[in-house]
Design a protein around this ligand. Structure first.
Ligand SMILES: *Cc1c(COP(=O)(O)O)cnc(C)c1O
Length: 372
């Protein structure tokens, strides 16, 4: 069968790596020559560079985004018997990380306009056991953090930001990951800043918290390599840090390209009556995904597929509807906005290396959608 030359793949990571190949080869070669593979000069340098980028005092490299959330929560003292307020409309990793601490995830509904944690619903979810609030900057769109930070201050709660989809996004002129007490990043290869495998980062301005994450990522070790607390093994390795150091200087122009594409998609989506997740005023999203919303979502996906455009759904099943997490559902179906989002969201191809021609193909196909 002849390949349709207009076909637009959802994502092609080989384009970015083809362009960076010589620099990546150099960086990896440097690590192999030095033969120091865990917690060496590359991780230390990347932690400094990433902390400066986010605008936080400390950054601690860990094994994955899931571990970043788990260790950040544990460093805030979260454990068995505690509750953490978060959303069900997210990557399952967010909720898995809460359970890994032994705490109970309390899932609240999302705001229908932004598709992120609804600040108005947090207060009624609080109990004497609530330890932390875990907002997720989903799709690269910052959560409306002002009210959440205010509530947390009044009620003595920790705020842990899940920034796995939002490297570089800003709210009120500050980068996500520097707004709450702790920020958690993933460097899974498809994220806005992706490693050549797994990786993650915890950011914070709090020196004690940073020290606790550093201990937790390595068996709970202190200075003398004895364990004062129980920890795990979750370290960013030198190979990944070296690759990420090659990529970090590109993140701003990659995000600018994502913003150009995201803005184009939003305009055409609105013209044909499709909804898009709203960003708060005074925020700058980084469009990890190009999400539109449609009551006849499956028909829209089929319409785009006929034009050669590959789409995906993030996420088709809310976390509380997945077998491993049904026990989190309380009082029937308490999350109507979340359930509706799962039935209506559709992700268009959006990544920095998408060509202008491919973007025009997507825009033309969306413009031809017969909504209403
Ligand atoms: C990717 C992701 C994570 C988990 O990151 P891993 O590095 O895959 O463990 C957590 N939260 C969100 C919102 C994500 O998108």
């Amino acid at each position: 069968m002849a390949v349709d030359r207009r076909a637009v793949a959802f994502l092609d990571l080989s384009r970015q790596h083809r362009a960076l190949r010589p620099a990546l080869d150099d960086a990896l070669g440097r690590v192999v020559s030095r033969a120091r593979f865990v917690l060496g000069a590359e991780v230390e340098a990347f932690e400094d560079e990433f902390a400066r980028y986010v605008g936080s005092r400390f950054a601690i490299g860990v094994g994955s985004g899931t571990d970043a959330v788990q260790l950040a929560l544990r460093a805030c003292g979260t454990g068995p018997g505690d509750e953490v307020v978060t959303v069900s409309h997210t990557a399952v990793a967010t909720v898995a990380a809460v359970e890994l601490t032994g705490a109970h995830p309390v899932l609240v509904d999302i705001d229908p306009a932004s598709c992120t944690l609804d600040p108005a619903l947090i207060e009624q979810a609080l109990t004497p056991r609530t330890r932390a609030v875990l907002p997720v900057h989903l799709y690269g769109v910052p959560v409306e953090m002002g009210p959440i930070l205010g509530l947390a201050r009044r009620r003595g709660l920790h705020v842990v930001e899940d920034c796995a989809q939002a490297h570089g996004a800003t709210y009120g002129g500050r980068r996500v990951g520097s707004l709450g007490e702790v920020g958690c990043f993933s460097f899974y290869p498809t994220k806005n800043l992706g490693a050549l495998g797994d990786g993650g980062m915890v950011t914070t301005n709090d020196a004690d918290l940073a020290a606790r994450v550093k201990a937790l990522r390595q068996y709970g070790w202190g200075e003398r390599r004895t364990s004062a607390i129980g920890g795990l093994n979750s370290r960013l390795d030198e190979i990944q840090a070296a690759a990420l150091r090659v990529k970090l200087p590109h993140l701003e122009h990659w995000n600018a390209r994502r913003r150009t594409l995201g803005t184009m998609y939003r305009e055409v989506a609105r013209q044909v009556g499709l909804d898009v997740p709203a960003a708060p005023a005074a925020s700058e999203p980084v469009f990890h995904l190009g999400v539109v919303r449609c009551e006849r979502r499956d028909e829209l996906a089929a319409h785009l597929a006929r034009a050669g455009i590959e789409t995906r759904i993030h996420y088709p099943e809310p976390v509380h509807r997945q077998d491993a997490y049904r026990h989190l559902v309380r009082r029937g179906a308490p999350l109507p906005v979340t359930e509706h989002a799962a039935k209506t969201v559709l992700s268009l191809p959006l990544y920095p290396e998408l060509t202008d021609e491919e973007a025009r193909t997507v825009v033309a196909a969306v413009a031809a959608w017969p909504e209403r």
